[in-house]
Design a protein around this ligand. Structure first.
Ligand SMILES: [Zn+2]
Length: 408
């Protein structure tokens, strides 16, 4: 080979490798389906799960995917945590099946935020790396009612309930009263449904500072459920911000009791936190899912909602107190009966909660050995968390920002 040819080949190889290196850094990750394909899919549940897995894998340093329960028909109720900061926002969609454009919207919001994070860009003039690394954790649940959405896309487009024929957004404990007709179905008691039980457990264990639920349609925002004084002022300020951003109309606080026992109602009344219901997709009611042609305008109006809400939250003076420890075991939320406590720098878990882990799988000798080193707090037996986790061959990580233990 002549010197010129060798040089030429080396130059080509160099150009090729530097080009591929360049493209691999800047190219956005690929996804198995587009958002439009997911919306038009016959298995929205499976495709949403796949997309959440892909998002979690593509941005593993800043996301955490976990399960908060299972639906009536045993589908996963999945949450993606985005960010490592101490202020916590929960955004969910599709309590009502035919309103599942909110599922697509929240998947898009997640992707938009993560792409800005990876590219070190701003959204709404706010540095997203700073926001997610240090300030905020978003918890997204794009599909509150996966069974209902599957019923909706499998030939019953007007479907409104879960698989038990309960309206999940009338199943929360906020001025709940029993009424079961063909169009209004509260369930037998508040939180009778596994889907609302899972949302309740998540909210009570993570202790969000603010929550938001996407519904359709109407281009309106519900924000009021009896708040008084400073809480009312605080929540009206958020509502006005959301109104200005989306162009949606605020629903008047008068006659707020005409619709009760919704997710937002419960957050405001029982958790005492700001909470908003956004009805996307046009000024109208719905009898079937919003046509896909509406999506671009829905996206335009709601693109900035998570970040703008988060930055307003950071300016809030009083936050929800972090009183409860959360535990996520094998990627599933565990409802603890007692907080995990720290004594002289060592973490202890109550014996009862330890038994909800794999404790029973340990042989008797090890159980006795662990029990021998147990301590008593407020009359209850506690075990050393590290020793238990070690015996089970698991690892434990404590996330101080959101007061959560992860064991897997
Ligand atoms: Zn709705």
């Amino acid at each position: 080979m002549s010197k010129q040819i060798k040089f030429f080949l080396l130059a080509v190889i160099f150009m090729f490798t530097s080009f591929t290196a360049y493209t691999s850094v800047t190219a956005k990750p690929a996804y198995s389906k587009t958002l439009e394909q997911i919306y038009k899919s016959k298995d929205v549940y499976k495709d949403t799960e796949t997309r959440l897995n892909e998002l979690s894998r593509n941005y593993s340093s800043i996301t955490y995917l976990f399960k908060i329960g299972q639906s009536v028909q045993n589908r996963n109720l999945t949450v993606l945590k985005v960010g490592n900061g101490p202020k916590k926002l929960f955004i969910n969609a599709s309590h009502h099946p035919r309103e599942y454009m909110g599922t697509i919207l929240t998947l898009n919001q997640i992707q938009y935020i993560l792409e800005a994070y990876a590219a070190n860009k701003t959204i709404d003039n706010y540095n997203i790396k700073k926001l997610l690394d240090k300030e905020v954790s978003f918890y997204f649940q794009p599909l509150v009612n996966p069974d209902g959405v599957q019923i909706c896309v499998s030939g019953t487009p007007s479907y409104y309930f879960n698989a038990n024929k309960v309206d999940l957004n009338h199943n929360y404990d906020a001025l709940w009263f029993k009424e079961i007709t063909s169009t209004y179905s509260t369930g037998e008691k508040p939180f009778s449904e596994p889907e609302t039980q899972a949302v309740k457990a998540l909210c009570e264990n993570i202790e969000f500072d603010l929550t938001m639920a996407y519904h359709a349609a109407g281009d309106i925002i519900y924000w009021y459920f009896g708040q008084q004084g400073a809480d009312k002022e605080r929540d009206l300020a958020y509502a006005n911000m959301l109104k200005n951003l989306t162009g949606y109309t605020l629903v008047s606080p008068a006659n707020y009791k005409s619709s009760t026992s919704g997710f937002k109602d419960w957050c405001v009344m029982k958790l005492k936190i700001p909470s908003f219901t956004l009805e996307i997709g046009g000024k109208r009611g719905l009898s079937k899912p919003v046509e896909w042609s509406w999506y671009n305008s829905v996206w335009d109006k709601n693109r900035l909602v998570p970040v703008r809400t988060a930055t307003q939250l950071l300016k809030q003076t009083k936050f929800n107190d972090d009183k409860k420890t959360a535990l996520i075991f094998n990627k599933s939320l565990v409802v603890l009966s007692q907080n995990i406590v720290s004594v002289d720098g060592t973490s202890y878990i109550s014996l009862k909660d330890a038994q909800a882990l794999d404790f029973a799988s340990l042989d008797k000798a090890i159980q006795e050995e662990l029990s021998a080193s147990r301590i008593s707090l407020k009359g209850l037996p506690y075990l050393k968390l590290d020793a238990l986790v070690g015996q089970l061959g698991l690892t434990c990580r404590y996330d101080k920002a959101v007061n959560t233990y992860y064991i897997q």
